[in-house]
Design a protein around this ligand. Structure first.
Ligand SMILES: Nc1ncnc2c1ncn2[C@@H]1O[C@H](COP(=O)(O)OP(=O)(O)OP(=O)(O)O)[C@@H](O)[C@H]1O
Length: 404
């Protein structure tokens, strides 16, 4: 950065007033050789320097802003929060959505799409009865076709003002947005519109394990091998929650109605409304599970529930039978009978009688009995359960059994 510089100026120059201050040689007016003048340019250079700094800073800010905008648009595709704008109703929806949406951790991180309520409404023929897949206490489940694409499932929860429903909704969306696994149902998005909450899931064409086992077909569609595949799939999903999530996640509401089956009978765990992280000192359950025996939340609660599902798969009995007299759990009914394994073929689900290797049957029953032990610390880890079931499942179904 030079302090001074030499400027060559023509004697006839009009534009440089400095020349007026320069003494003329001999006072003559005739054009002579160029006059050499020294001009101090410190001020000029300073100004250029400042201008350069300001303009390059502005340029940097603009480039960074454009990059951020591009990134944000990339992470929030078509159906994202930006989609809730435009039509008058949609604007209302965005007004009521924002407080709820920002409570949901993952939405603020932009990982799941927020659907326009109107899109779900048209995709379900205005939530028509002909689209109802199931009716529950908290709302209904609909099949839907969004944008003419493949079918999805929409759970519509009415009564968003109800804090219990609100909590379950937020919990379910938050967990499913974070957890991605082949044996856990996929969340596709959600919507919040006035008091209505909707959750969009992948379609599970074969419904729940409960409806397959205890519905009209009474388990006829589930062969022994399929039952083993379902058990292994559930154990894989649970192993992911207990062993591969940090911190570990406990489902707390595992039951056959929350196990869903796709078109190929791949089983996936659903309903994370009561899921929580595993904390050693967590003694306060909002809602004690019907299987919970000690009031503490541990991964062993899920192992117990898994044992109950295994008993349902073997015996074809409901987890809790509700005859006219006292309701009876499948555990209290089956465990005393299973103390003598010779009884097993007699109490087996008639739909699979005589279709399996007896040694395999005894092994699965032994695993089920271990899982439902009253003392949680005696129950096996889900990883151990998984590794004792894999050798009983044929190779082509994801196990390690070679059938010759
Ligand atoms: N993604 C899905 N695809 C197909 N069917 C489903 C899907 N999700 C749920 N279902 C069916 O709807 C039933 C009810 O599921 P839902 O999760 O709504 O239960 P719920 O009303 O929460 O009841 P609960 O709390 O007792 O589990 C399931 O048992 C299953 O048959």
């Amino acid at each position: 950065f030079s302090v001074a510089s030499v400027v060559f100026v023509s004697a006839t120059s009009q534009e440089i007033p400095i020349s007026q201050a320069t003494p003329r040689i001999g006072g003559a007016q005739s054009p002579g050789p160029p006059i050499v003048k020294v001009v101090i340019r410190q001020d000029l250079n300073k100004k250029i320097f400042i201008a350069l700094i300001v303009s390059s800073t502005l340029l940097c800010i603009t480039v960074l802003f454009l990059l951020y905008l591009l990134l944000w648009r990339y992470r929030n595709p078509k159906n994202s929060f930006t989609g809730i704008k435009g039509k008058s109703d949609s604007v209302k929806s965005s007004v009521s959505t924002k407080p709820v949406v920002h409570k949901i951790d993952s939405v603020t991180k932009g990982t799941i799409p927020v659907y326009e309520y109107q899109l779900l409404e048209s995709g379900t023929n205005k939530f028509s009865d002909s689209n109802v897949l199931s009716r529950g206490g908290r709302g209904c489940l609909y099949s839907a076709c969004l944008d003419g694409k493949s079918s999805v499932t929409v759970k519509k929860l009415d009564g968003g003002g109800d804090t219990d429903i609100e909590k379950q909704f937020e919990n379910e969306v938050d967990w499913l947005a974070k957890i991605k696994h082949q044996n856990i149902v996929s969340l596709l998005g959600f919507s919040v519109y006035r008091q209505t909450r909707c959750i969009v899931y992948e379609m599970m064409q074969n419904g729940s394990l409960e409806s397959q086992l205890h519905g009209p077909s009474q388990g006829a569609g589930l062969t022994w091998q399929l039952r083993m595949k379902i058990a292994v799939d559930i154990a894989r999903g649970l192993e992911y929650l207990h062993e591969h999530c940090h911190p570990p996640v406990v489902h707390r509401d595992l039951k056959s109605s929350n196990i869903l089956l796709d078109s190929d009978f791949n089983a996936k765990i659903s309903d994370f409304g009561y899921a929580t992280v595993l904390m050693s000192q967590n003694k306060n359950l909002n809602r004690p599970s019907e299987y919970l025996l000690d009031g503490k939340v541990t991964d062993k609660n899920d192992v117990y529930s898994f044992g109950v599902i295994l008993l349902e798969l073997l015996l074809g009995k409901k987890s809790v039978e509700k005859p006219s007299t006292e309701p009876e759990s499948v555990v209290t009914w089956a465990v005393p009978k299973l103390s003598d394994r010779a009884n097993l073929p007699n109490i087996l689900d008639p739909a699979i009688k005589g279709t399996m290797d007896l040694k395999h049957l005894y092994q699965v029953a032994a695993v089920a009995v271990l899982c439902v032990q009253p003392e949680p610390s005696y129950r096996p880890l889900i990883t151990d359960v998984l590794h004792s079931l894999i050798p009983l499942l044929p190779l082509e179904l994801g196990g390690s059994l070679r059938i010759l």
